[in-house]
Design a protein around this ligand. Sequence first.
Ligand code: ADP
Length: 499
Amino acid sequence: MDNAPDPIGVLIVDDEPRIRDGLQRVLMPMGYRVIATGLGKDALDLLAREEVAIVVLDLQLPDINGMEVLRTICRHYPHMVVIIITGFGTVQTAAEAMRNGAYDLLPKPFEPDQLRIAINRAREKMLLEQEARRLQQEQLQTLADLSLEKSRISTILKALPIGVMVTNALGEVVLFNPAFKRYMELTEATAEGAPLDVYIQDDALRRLVMEFSQGCHIGPDDSPTYEFSIGQDKFLFARGRPVLGDNGQCLGAVVTIVDITAMKVLDRLKREFVAKVSHELRSPLSTIHEQLAVVLSDLVGQVSPADEHLLSRAKEKTQGLIALIGDLLDLSRIESGAFSETPKFVHMDELLENIIAFLGTRAAARHQSITLQRPTGALPPLKADPLALESIFGNLITNAINYTPEHGRIEIDLQVHDAHLQVQVRDNGFGIEARHLDKIFERFYRVKNEHTRYVTGTGLGLPIAKGLVEALGGRIGVRSQPNEGSTFTVELPLAPQST
Ligand code: ADP
């Protein structure tokens, strides 16, 4: 297939056949498609039918005045390039022709080269204008696309049920959607462009959004989230991501807000239900447990060993259930904040010694050693609920005993740092594989392997310890190597020194 562009059409309008032929002879070898006529009326008819880009027009025509033909052409075909050829080339004619829209004027007689130059210039002008029109069209299209895209995005944003807010690098709000306005309880008149505190009353959230906007959290895993409430009964959850430019520079942030009130209510109902059921089950189970113990001791030697085994198993199981209920009640007390209600000054070394004394018999039965290392001299007291501290370290030391084989070593190390106490509970026991380390603080999570199979437990000890440590404003962490042992580290803030 021939893909060459169609030759450009040139119309020659001149009443002298000699000139028409001469022009044709010059233009056709240049690759133009040439048509010619001697009449102005024919010329206008041809223009209506044929594809023509350039007109070479004589002003002296037998039927219509050439100037009139020029005016008609320029009015109906504004992109047409017209070159005037006239033997009566006066300055006045030239000026009038130009005023009427002619592009060039070639006084007769002229040399073929002069014609070639004039035609080439006309062609160049035509092509340049064509290109300019194409670019303008493209630009209009791009603008239309952009505005369509913008209206699409704005429609999507408006329809989104989650709140969306966009900030610039200065932390100013450049965009937000109606859901954001609704969640944050902003007035109808609130508009974009103001500083953050106009939109966000919560100080911590404002700080976080500022950090996102200034590029403090650009790592793929560095995306802190934040839960907050508006009023008494509206709970919201915020998540942010920085907006990065081509060079990785932070241009601002996108913050999304989700309403989690329903989840919170469900969670509270679930906790209340668990607490109520646990509470209701505790006393009958304790009674059953005690009665089983009485029956077992009364029937010693009177029942078959198989029956005695059955009763012992039933007693063990009720003991396990009582422990589980105790843990569940502890958890619901932590969640309701009851544990941190009665803080007292506590001497940590004494508290740890008491726990070690209490659990020492269990360790001794497994031939394990338990030691406490503490700094010399008086320790600053810690202000906390002693029951909470007993529960935290009771759980950690019980775990160390349970998950360390016989003849193992358990070391408790107490240290004072500037503003906090650090307690490490170290064992040389079974250890924990890395893949379980971040999960063992979740409720009911238990590592299942050949070592832990025979250890009874609820999977609630560490969540209780973590909940309590956090309620006291501290932190808990773990390091562990399978078959080498584990170290649980608790840091608790010290009470301000009393004067
Ligand atoms: P439980 O001991 O009742 O199973 P926890 O919440 O106290 O529940 O502990 C969760 C899991 O963490 C345990 O099942 C155990 O697999 C693992 N774990 C806790 N402490 C230790 C430890 N000192 N050494 C090895 N594994 C441990």
